[in-house]
Unconditional design. Structure first.
Length: 322
């Protein structure tokens, strides 16, 4: 029995997804799959679709959220993160590719072909658009066309220019980073064609909010602590519950390719880890009792704000032993 049959068997479904482009597009592909039914909230009639913290899901279906904290969870998981236990009660569909591609491989015969471009949004969001199947490029060649938006920068009129597929993930990721993953899902579900991602003012507004927040953070001149010549730990503080650590860590990592960057948001305990030792550090932090995990090169953690000093001290001790 395949994924489609498993999903049909458990209808009406409840669904959880990761708060990034891969998670959002994976959820959208499942929601657009023909023949599936979903539970709705009794009063609001809203679908029972959620974006919980990583690993902390209880719905019948979870996409791109890692292994469940609840050892008795017996739902369906579609995922590409490592460390799923061999002994588990849940049904796992796993590959070492972004989750959106896994969903499409299993459900392609039941997803309208007009919506296959969503797979590229998932892949671009996880930095792997090169995994796009040939038939999707051939069905949607416009994804490679360059598009842009006109804007003003320091009084000068400018315009951006990127392949269309870049816009599929950038607006969705921006909505997620400003703390509105459900809004990101709703936004991308209203897009009928790839070009809609470029034309959507909601996506541009979210990206502008992120840009302003990043400028606010940089004005604070965050201090970088170099630990053991291996890790660079940066403490930032957002003005709201924004997910800025990944954005800043990725940017720093591109300029410091031989060090592992750790960006900690003192406002909400969000941590992003980028670099060659990212998975090593996440594993050791997990062994030390912190909630950390992810992929080689790209990891994260969630730390209670009152424990951040202990978290940084753990990194210092890990560096000493390495």
């Amino acid at each position: 029995m395949g994924l489609y049959e498993d999903l049909k068997e458990r209808c009406p479904l409840t669904l959880s997804f990761h708060d990034d482009a891969d998670g959002v597009y994976s959820a959208s592909l499942i929601l657009l799959t023909e023949g599936l039914e979903f539970e709705v909230e009794e009063e609001s009639k809203v679908l029972k679709v959620y974006s919980p913290p990583f690993n902390e899901y209880t719905t019948k279906v979870a996409v791109d959220l890692g292994f469940p904290v609840d050892k008795n969870y017996d739902g369906i998981v579609v995922d590409h993160h490592p460390d799923h236990p061999e002994k588990r009660k849940y049904k796992l569909y796993w590959e070492n590719v972004p989750t959106g591609l896994i969903v499409w491989k299993h459900l392609r015969d039941h997803i309208p072909k007009s919506q296959w471009w969503r797979v590229v949004g998932a892949l671009a969001g996880d930095g792997q658009p090169e995994l796009t199947p040939d038939e999707i490029w051939e069905t949607f060649p416009e994804l490679l066309d360059e598009k842009g938006v006109v804007y003003k920068y320091r009084g000068e009129m400018r315009y951006s220019k990127y392949p269309l597929y870049i816009y599929l993930s950038s607006g969705v990721n921006a909505k997620c980073r400003i703390g509105d993953p459900l809004g990101a899902l709703k936004m991308c579900l209203k897009w009928k064609r790839p070009i809609d991602a470029v034309l959507d003012s909601e996506a541009e507004e979210a990206k502008e909010l992120l840009r302003v927040e990043e400028e606010n953070i940089m004005r604070q001149r965050p201090v970088a602590e170099i630990i053991g010549n291996k890790f660079v730990v940066v403490r930032i503080k957002t003005t709201g519950d924004f997910g800025m650590s990944g954005r800043i860590a990725s940017s720093m990592s591109s300029h410091e390719p031989f060090k592992t960057i750790v960006v900690i948001n003192d406002a909400n305990g969000e941590v992003s880890i980028r670099g060659i030792l990212a998975k090593y550090l996440a594993n050791k932090l997990s062994e030390s009792g912190f909630k950390a995990g992810g992929h080689p090169g790209y990891c994260g953690a969630t730390v209670p704000t009152e424990d951040i000093e202990d978290f940084v001290e753990s990194i210092r001790q890990i560096a000493k032993r390495l």
